[in-house]
Design a binder for this molecule. Structure first.
Ligand code: SF4
Ligand code: SF4
Ligand code: SF4
Length: 196
C-alpha cells in the first residue's frame, strides 16, 4: 500500500470509530422509566420490545430517537410532554419481560433522575409568587420544599424559593411538565440518573 493508500485507510478507520462513538454516546441522555436498572444494567437487558410503552396508561413512555445513541428505540420519557405519574402498581415494570425494569417498593424509592432548577429563569427566584412545581410534586415537602428566605439586600420582601432535595427527588418530571416558564425553556429540568 502506498502512502496515500495508508492515509485513506486511516481516515476510513477514524470515521468508523467516530460512527461507533456517536452511537454509544448520546447527544441527548434519555430519561428512562421507573425501575430502570442502574450502572448499565438497563442498557444490557432492555431488548426494546416496547411492552412497557404499551402498558403505560398515561402514554408517558415512547421509543427514544436516534439522538439517544445506544438508547435509540429504548423506552424514555419527555417530561415536558407527559411526566411519569408514578402509578401505584407500576404497570411498565410489570410488563418488562427481561428485568431491565426492576421492582420498586414504593414511589419514594424510584430513582429516575433529579430535578434541577434554573435560578436565572425561575419566577420564584426573581421574587414572584409561583411555586407551581412545589404544589404539583407527588412528594411535596419531601422532594421539594419552599425556602422562605429574605431576598438578598431587601428587608421588606421574602423569597419563596423552591428547593430540591436531591436524595428524595425521584425524577418523575411533573414539576417540568407544569412549569409555567417556557421561553426559551422550562425553569426546571430533570437530570437523568444515567447522565454524567
Ligand atoms: S409508572 Fe405509570 S406513568 Fe410512569 S412510566 Fe410507568 S406506567 Fe407510565
Ligand atoms: S419492556 Fe423491558 S425490555 Fe421491553 S422495551 Fe421496556 S424496558 Fe426494554
Ligand atoms: S421530579 Fe419534580 S415533581 Fe418529581 S419528585 Fe422531583 S421535584 Fe417532585
Amino acid at each position: 500500500m502506498n502512502f496515500s493508500g495508508i492515509i485513506a485507510a486511516c481516515l476510513a478507520g477514524a470515521a468508523a470509530l467516530k460512527a461507533v462513538y456517536d452511537v454509544a454516546t448520546p447527544s441527548v441522555v434519555p430519561l428512562l422509566p421507573p425501575g430502570a436498572k442502574p450502572d448499565g444494567g438497563f442498557a444490557s437487558l432492555c431488548v426494546k420490545c416496547g411492552k412497557c410503552i404499551e402498558a403505560c396508561p398515561y402514554q408517558a413512555l415512547h421509543a427514544a430517537g436516534a439522538e439517544a445513541g445506544a438508547f435509540a428505540g429504548a423506552p424514555c420519557i419527555d417530561a415536558r410532554e407527559q411526566a411519569c405519574r408514578l402509578c401505584a402498581d407500576f404497570p411498565c415494570i410489570k410488563a418488562c419481560p427481561t428485568g431491565a425494569l426492576e421492582d420498586v417498593a414504593s414511589k419514594a424509592d424510584v430513582r429516575m433522575g433529579v430535578a434541577v432548577i434554573n435560578e436565572e429563569t425561575c419566577l420564584s427566584f426573581q421574587g414572584m409568587r409561583c411555586e407551581v412545581c412545589y404544589r404539583v410534586c407527588p412528594l411535596i415537602d419531601e422532594a421539594i420544599t419552599i425556602d422562605y428566605r429574605k431576598r438578598e439586600g431587601d428587608s421588606l420582601h421574602a423569597l419563596f424559593a423552591p428547593i430540591i432535595d436531591e436524595e428524595r427527588c425521584v425524577g418523575c418530571g411533573l414539576c417540568v411538565e407544569r412549569c409555567v416558564v417556557s421561553d426559551p425553556a422550562p425553569a426546571i429540568r430533570i437530570k437523568p440518573m444515567n447522565e454524567e
